[in-house]
Design a binder for this molecule. Structure first.
Ligand SMILES: [Zn+2]
Length: 472
């Protein structure tokens, strides 16, 4: 009798479980357990949380018990004891420049550009080298938790195709200049190339094509206007360096009797689709103009410090209502693409600048590296937070490491203690691109070997420059 009761109860439990299973909605993946940092508007942090994902889209975020009772998944990624958060958004970089990482450092900006970077770019930037560098840079970005990057360089069709293969989200913009570039003899050619790229990637889930005039001091007013027309025609982002140096300000004042922001505004270039990189040399009136035009800023604290260009007035921008995201700039002026470092640098730099430890707190820095950056790029509806309806761009951080114990406040931990190398798993639009610190969409050893071989070539051909470097 006792045995019969046990069997009966057992049968009842099996039936109850299978009926719950049939009632559960089938999804592709559930990330289950861990501290889920949503970065939604309420900044909800869910302990023992979970995320349900189908067709690359987040269906639901909530408590683990609630999610697992509603959804059943083919793939369950266990994240107990770890942090689950949105992937980081790098709003300004030049990823192929990893080929010049450490090539020439500790030099004044103009000497760095004129004597080293520009001649090296003229000689070595080709589709093949851009492909090699893109694989390496994307490997580095995925490893350090970046799931979206906004690039401006040459041969961006190559950057876009590598991004798509590696399955990372990208905003790519062919850098437009008045003078010939490694990819186009004239700015007209650059504009045509950009338009073809916009058409090619129209509707692409991962790749957005921007129009990317280099800067107000390297592009004529005519080129800037044509760039704006193209951006208007396709509703494309417009990515441009703005007010990076004092020289740029004095140059524009001399030529046009206007400061950079006023000058660009007079041409209509400042819109909600504009990504203004750097924006260091701004006065209060210019900050107000950026806020009024809803123009986003890509703040690059490490590059600005390394090139000694000054400190962007980020706290004032934020209090005036300017959208500000973070970027690494190219690896030649950083010298890496690690957004965790960038968050910490931003939080520290503005504290010391303003003599106030309360300025740019960890929550703000984290928002800048995620949702605010996504907004600057016009991708707020796709990425930057863990919310139903967005693409599943998610990273999982291993906190079982000495420098991450104890764990009191998740924002403090993420901004001041976590390093890029603590990222364990990375997913972009629902596809896992790194699992247990192993890259799944890039042959990493090949990427390292290819770059080492390319660097040998650069070193050999640039022997004159290297003699100078070694002599320093
Ligand atoms: Zn830049």
């Amino acid at each position: 009798m006792f045995k019969a009761i046990i069997v009966f109860i057992g049968l009842f439990l099996i039936c109850a479980d299978s009926s719950a299973a049939t009632a559960r909605q089938s999804v592709d993946t559930i990330i289950s357990g861990g501290t889920v940092v949503t970065v939604n508007s309420a900044m909800d942090v869910i302990e023992d949380g979970a995320v349900a994902i189908k067709d690359g889209t987040i269906l639901a975020v909530g408590k683990r018990a609630a999610i697992t009772s509603r959804f059943g998944a083919k793939q369950v990624i266990k994240a107990q004891g770890q942090i689950v958060m949105p992937g980081l958004v790098n709003t300004h970089t030049h990823i192929p420049m990893v080929m010049f990482r450490g090539y020439a450092d500790d030099l004044p900006l103009l000497q760095w550009l004129k004597e080293y970077i520009w001649p090296a770019e003229a000689r070595f930037v080709k589709p093949d080298s851009v492909r090699i560098a893109s694989y390496l840079a994307i490997a580095e970005m995925i490893r350090s938790g970046t799931t979206t990057f906004s690039d401006s360089y040459f041969f961006e069709d190559v950057v876009a195709s590598v991004a798509r293969k590696a399955n990372i989200r990208a905003v790519v913009g062919e850098c437009l200049l008045d003078f010939p570039t490694p990819n186009s003899k004239t700015s007209e050619e650059g504009l045509k190339y950009t338009e073809a790229l916009i058409r090619e990637y129209s509707g692409d889930r991962l790749v957005t094509v921007a129009v990317a005039p280099h800067a107000p001091y390297t592009c004529s007013p005519e080129l800037l206007k044509k760039a704006l027309e193209l951006s208007d025609k396709y509703n494309a982002p417009l990515h441009i360096h703005v007010a990076e140096t004092k020289d740029e300000v004095s140059d524009l004042e001399l030529r046009f009797h206007m400061r950079p922001v006023g000058y660009l505004d007079s041409l209509g270039l400042l819109t909600a689709r504009t990504i203004a990189a750097h924006a260091i040399q701004l006065d209060t009136a210019e900050i107000k103009v950026l806020a009024d035009r809803k123009t986003g800023v890509a703040h690059n604290p490490e590059s600005n410090m390394k090139l000694a260009e000054g400190i962007a007035r980020v706290p004032e921008m934020l209090s005036t209502g300017v959208k500000v995201g973070l970027g690494t700039d190219g690896a030649a002026s950083n010298n890496d693409l690690n957004m965790f470092e960038e968050m910490k640098a931003a939080a520290l730099l503005h504290k010391v600048q303003t003599w106030s430890p309360t300025v740019l707190d960890a929550r703000t820095a984290l928002r800048m590296a995620t949702i605010d950056g996504a907004e600057v790029l016009g991708l707020k509806n796709k990425t930057g937070s863990l919310e139903a309806g967005k693409d599943a761009d998610i990273i999982i951080i291993d906190v079982d490491r000495p420098h991450l114990v104890p764990f009191y406040n998740v924002y403090s931990l993420l901004v001041y203690s976590v390093d890029g190398s603590d990222v364990d798993t990375v997913m972009v639009a629902g596809k896992v691109v790194m699992k247990d610190k192993k890259l799944l969409t890039i042959n990493e050893q090949q990427a390292l070997a290819d770059m080492r071989a390319l660097a040998q070539e650069i070193k050999k051909e640039a022997s004159g420059l290297n003699e100078h470097l070694e002599g320093r």
